[in-house]
Ligand binder design. Structure first.
Ligand SMILES: Nc1ncnc2c1ncn2[C@@H]1O[C@H](COP(=O)(O)OP(=O)(O)O)[C@@H](O)[C@H]1O
Ligand SMILES: [Mg+2]
Length: 285
């Protein structure tokens, strides 16, 4: 069977990931409120003075240099780490799905099929295999041991598990790092259709351009802060054309980007439904 890894230049009929994230329940309208929130580990201040609110169906792109506390913020939203200053409120009826930067949450001893079957024990093997087919695991692939898989394959399994979580808030920590271009496009397309709330930590400018309706920008100084920009990435960049106090933020966002992809021009204001494919395939100049 044709496998994703081999598809350098996808033909129109090449197999692609078909993802569809569907929340089980709608959840409340208020997702997260931060008032003067700070976080320290012992003596070490990670960030301070976070003040922002997130509502249902926001897509919050989170950017900033490594070590500024982006992953820590996710763990705080999930209740795994307490705020050490201020007040952080998280909606009580939310169902979170978390994709970790380190691809945590897989049992390396499991075969792929078992990793998924455990989540849907009532389904038949045929149903599980057909579901895995959407993630481009077919034939004997499904019996591979997780521990022997590449990062890209593990990433696809994590996305499969995330999909089965039927979350109404997704926290994605650098979700495209291990994915090749067709898989990134498929993920972006699925997320664009996701009818709930998304937080995405990413250096992938395309992903942010296509999806984010708000940006949380970590300023990149130790013990610094992060500011919420109430607009999408293109609007943010446009605002940066006028040099003002936000100049520093612009430098930080630029510094946080790897240079593999050049900036995109502003697109229409429709935030969720964008032509992702054309941009990525054409825009690799
Ligand atoms: N459990 C922890 N104990 C102590 N320090 C931590 C812990 N978790 C993260 N840190 C530190 O907090 C800082 C921010 O980490 P992290 O949130 O992973 O940053 P980012 O995701 O933005 O790269 C780093 O200096 C990291 O070493
Ligand atoms: Mg991180």
């Amino acid at each position: 069977m044709e496998r994703l890894e081999r598809v350098d230049k996808p033909k129109p009929d090449a197999p692609t990931l078909k993802l569809n994230f569907t929340p089980e329940t709608r959840g409340g309208n208020d997702i997260v409120r931060c008032k003067d929130v700070g976080k320290s580990f012992g003596e070490k201040s990670i960030f301070t003075d976070l003040n922002f609110e997130v509502y249902r169906r926001d897509v919050v792109g989170i950017v900033g240099a490594n070590g500024t506390g982006k992953t820590t913020l996710f763990r705080m939203i999930l209740g795994e780490e307490p705020a050490t200053e201020g007040e952080m409120w998280v909606g009580p009826t939310l169902k979170f799905g978390y994709y970790t930067q380190e691809l945590e949450g897989l049992n390396p001893d499991n075969e792929i099929i078992d990793e998924i079957w455990e989540l849907r024990p009532q389904q038949t093997q045929g149903e599980i295999r057909s579901f895995l087919g959407k993630f481009l695991f077919s034939g004997d692939d499904v019996f591979k041991r997780i521990g022997n898989l590449s990062g890209g394959e593990q990433s696809r399994i994590l996305l499969a598990k995330l999909l089965l979580a039927n979350a109404n808030v997704l926290l994605l920590d650098e979700p495209t790092n291990h994915l090749d271009i067709p898989a990134r496009e498929a993920l972006e397309a699925a997320l664009a259709e996701y009818p709930a709330t998304l937080f995405i930590i990413s250096h992938d400018r395309y992903l942010l351009n296509n999806l984010a309706t708000k940006l949380l920008i970590f300023d990149g100084t130790p013990g610094g802060t992060a500011n919420l920009f109430e607009g999408n990435y293109a609007e943010y960049i446009a605002q940066q054309q006028e040099p003002k106090e936000n100049q520093q933020l612009s430098e930080n966002i630029q510094a946080s980007q790897p240079s593999q992809i050049s900036p995109q021009k502003s697109k229409s204001k429709s935030k969720r439904k964008r032509k992702i494919k054309a941009q990525r395939l054409v825009g690799s100049n």
